[in-house]
Design a protein around this ligand. Structure first.
Ligand SMILES: [Ca+2]
Ligand SMILES: [Ca+2]
Length: 205
């Protein structure tokens, strides 16, 4: 089971996480339950919907604190059969609440556990892959020279710019290292110093 991909969000943006299953091989699955947690300091849960297939029978999705509880299974009356195919199971929509970085993952350990079940109710133990990191930034616009991703190039970016000159492997900040490429050659070198000074004072639209 896993979720979506990493990208930048601004406060109040919708964050959509798709719960899916894959790579079951020859193991067929009849149902699942999942306990999904999120960081309420960075994101707020808005709503979630189950997919109609492959599991059309589900209990209403519920939220317990920062944990979302999901459970669904095949609907034999609708002709649904246990399946081993890759499938999306549910779509969870969050709102970016505050600047920060968060992961949407599974509560492990949990009793009962997050698991898939075969037609006999026996567990098919999944490899649980979290989504993220989801980065909520004050501004997601890419601004050459904006080294702290606050949407403006100011004196506060100078120390970080100098740090970026040490190379990408030494860069430990969430804001992209390549923002220091002010010359546009996809590298960060001393040749970027003059163009960096020239963009001090620019802001995101
Ligand atoms: Ca900045
Ligand atoms: Ca450059």
């Amino acid at each position: 089971m896993s979720g979506g991909t990493s990208q930048c969000f601004e406060p109040n943006d919708a964050l959509v996480v798709v719960l899916s299953m894959c790579c079951l091989g020859t193991q067929t699955v009849n149902a699942y339950q999942a306990f999904v947690e999120f960081d309420p300091a960075v994101m707020a849960f808005d709503h979630g919907t189950y997919t109609a297939s492959p599991f059309g029978l589900h209990i209403p999705l519920s939220v317990d604190g920062n944990t979302i509880i999901l459970s669904a299974g095949c609907d034999p009356l609708a002709g649904q059969q246990p399946t081993s195919e890759d499938a999306d199971l549910a779509v969870l929509t969050f709102r970016a609440a505050a600047v920060g970085t968060a992961v949407v993952g599974f509560v492990v350990p949990h009793d009962p556990p997050t698991q898939l079940s075969d037609a006999y109710g026996s567990p098919v133990i999944p490899t649980l892959v979290p989504t993220g990191p989801i980065s909520v930034q004050a501004s997601c616009c890419t601004l050459k020279g904006d080294m702290n991703c606050d949407g403006a190039v100011t004196f506060a970016d100078i120390d970080l710019f100098v740090e970026a000159l040490n190379g990408e492997s030494a860069w430990t900040h969430a804001c992209p290292w390549l923002n220091a490429d002010c010359s546009g050659d996809s590298n960060v070198t001393f040749a970027d110093i003059d163009p960096f000074v020239a963009v001090i004072g620019t802001t995101c639209p």
